[in-house]
Design a protein around this ligand. Sequence first.
Ligand code: NAP
Length: 454
Amino acid sequence: MTELLAAITAPDRTVEDIAALPLPEFCRAVTVRKEDIGMFSGMSSADKDPRKSLRVEEVPLPEPGPGEALVAVMASSINYNTVWSSIFEPLPTFGFLERYGRTSPLAARHDLPYHVLGSDLAGVVLRTGQGVNLWKPGDEVVAHCLSVELESADGHDDTMLDPAQRIWGFETNFGGLAEIALVKSNQLMPKPDHLTWEESAAPGLVNSTAYRQLVSRNGAGMKQGDNVLIWGASGGLGSYATQLALAGGANPICVVSSARKAGVCRAMGAEAIIDRSAEGYRFWSDEHTQDPREWKRFGARIRELTGGEDPDIVFEHPGRETFGASVYVARRGGTVVTCASTSGFKHEFDNRYLWMNLKRIIGTHFANYREAWEANRLISKGRIHPTLSRTYPLAETAFAVKDVHDNVHQGKVGVLCLAPEEGLGVRDDEFRERHLPAINRFRTDGGADRDTTH
Ligand code: NAP
């Protein structure tokens, strides 16, 4: 790998040099194993420790098929889907791989007793399969995580509607938490020149998801002046939703759970911030009963921060714990847009507040090809910045996943795969210099809400 790394980062390298490089037969990758599926049975989600299930092991390299590319991964980042995969919830991901494997001989490669995880990468193209013309060995790229086949007309307007839509590194194998990853070439996008490898790898999945969820007409279609209530506003999705709201002339109302996280939102430029821990909201009085008085108290606090207005949009993802409150506080005619259910997927809300007040609930998921491209473009143009709080080496990925599972992180947590250290990969120093104050401000402070020194 050392020789490969030297060759792909040599300043005078050519397409031919990289294409002629001998590739190793194996590379290191972060995996879960089929034989471990039952290891946490009977435990609560919170007690399931990703450090027990995640391995770093040598796995064989797949051959790139038609329309595919092998990418040397310089850096990746942790998404919540890797938390789900590592604790085998809500289902072990091997079911996805088995189903995918049955669809074609090419897809059968994905059905293995191990699953290489990870849905983000920044790196260098090593090899391309037949029919790939736009991308060449040596290209510096990031990859979005939408894997589609597009054989059905259903996905032709909006690629997320393809019935064969999968999330790479979650519902497919050979993800980005590895030294070398396999992607469909249509997942590739230009790496932002002014960012380091680890900064470039951070926004992908969450920035694209937040873009569709909040900005796109396929989501809430946010407009200037909208009040946007953002749950988890310093987290993965939330830190990009907050930036998108600010960049788009909207007014984010950021909900977080600590003073440190409130500080992160303030640094991003948000003014209206609710510390849900300090203010002690208890939307559920017991496991089965919600407390509408708490919804009202929360709504009153939002009005205090907005000069008496209710949210035009509620950016939802915590799910069961907050959904009743989200539906209640949305303005008359407002939109609750949801992409997840971290605290439980069986939501309960009082439907009278929805129909009598003409509110809408919109379900959304990742982003289509174009939305992912637009979201990456905003990063490349320096309009939205990576929110990276801490970076781990590949060998310690399980600790990074544990931080996210324990909710002690801020923004994104990065992973160095082939990049030997942080700070490498910047190609446009002048543009970076211009945006450096913002880049530094948005990179948060690396601190955690508890000590996570290993
Ligand atoms: P994250 O980095 O962990 O951030 C989520 C934030 O939500 C947390 O930091 C926390 O912030 C807040 N939160 C968690 N539980 C909460 C609760 N019970 N009540 C209120 N707030 C709570 O994760 P993420 O990357 O933003 O992802 C969030 C969820 O979205 C995950 O379930 C993930 O799988 C899902 N997701 C879905 C898609 C998709 O395409 N469908 C894409 C990305 C993510 P505070 O503690 O500061 O309040």
